[in-house]
Design a protein around this ligand. Sequence first.
Ligand code: ATP
Length: 364
Amino acid sequence: AAEPFASEAPIVLSMQDIHHAYGRHTAVAGINLTVRQGEVVCLLGPSGCGKTTLLRIVAGLEVLQRGHVEINGRPLGQPHVPPEHRNVGLAFQESALFPHLSVLENVTFGLASLPARQRRARAMELLALLGMEDYAGSYPHTLSGGQQQRVALARALAPEPGLMLLDEPFSSLDARLRDRIRDDTLHVLKKLGAGALLVTHDPEEAMFMADRIALMREGHVVQMGTPRELYCEPVDPFVVTFFDTVNELTGEVRGGRVATPVGEVAAPALAEGERARVMIRPEALRVEALAKPPTTTHSHVIMAKLLGRASLLHICAHGADGQEAHLHARVPGVFLPEEGQPVAISLDASQVFVFPAGTRAAHG
Ligand code: ATP
């Protein structure tokens, strides 16, 4: 079984105060980040936020402009250490195999320092871990895209780099294959105990792969933490909306609480009378069909759709004080009430987040 990641493991990658610009365009600004042995850290964020730039700086494909980068305690900035002397494994989306070499030869390529027999054994071990041992003699053009990606991964891992850099390595795979290769990759990374920095724009992939996630926006890290921390303790609205499309309401803080049509929510961090932005995940709404419509105004279903594992309800919510709001609720299983069905709604407070109205992000 894989060793669980230990927070006192040695640091394999340390980045301090990294800034990088392309001409006058700032791509990353003030990044601090560490990766420990056996740890998978994901750089997550929307297109253009600087993820690939950071990875390329670590790989040595970009010259360090400002800040400090160390791999296994060795500074790599000035003088610039070229990629091949950094002891990093690179697996990029477009990682091409050598077309004239067999699968086995592709994987042994980076193992020149080992005796021939050990080279072969090592390559076969990695191919087996990734379920590709039967293809050792095949040539790249006879493999599917997913198989090629596994071989590229085996090739990157074979020299046992202290640090693996992966840039959207699963993005060209269809959904089913992607899940499996993610699984296998995580298994191999944990088995080898390498540190890894993985770039993705897919929150679910980051949640699955990462011990820690650095969520980036416009060249900054907005929040760094475990998947649970980012999902359950988001520091600002950007973090909430990056993981899910949420219901948004506004209200004023009265007695430390904000009234909404689906009940009151606590706003401990806000001042009395302050305008609040209330973010309600679709999962936060518990919806119960009422047998008899109440005599007073009540909430009702506008539309229900089956998504598969869950049902999506569009609801018109009526509060006790006459407030009304249109909300989306996601409830597990098949729950498809008719249009107009009266419902009672309650809130799971752990899926509701309150911020001062007008906050956009930590770095706005
Ligand atoms: P994506 O998810 O789309 O790959 P990213 O988060 O990896 O995006 P980067 O590729 O690091 O983002 O790009 C960060 C910013 O720097 C973007 O605004 C991009 O347009 C710009 N940029 C990246 N590479 C270059 C380059 N070689 N020359 C000029 N600008 C660049």
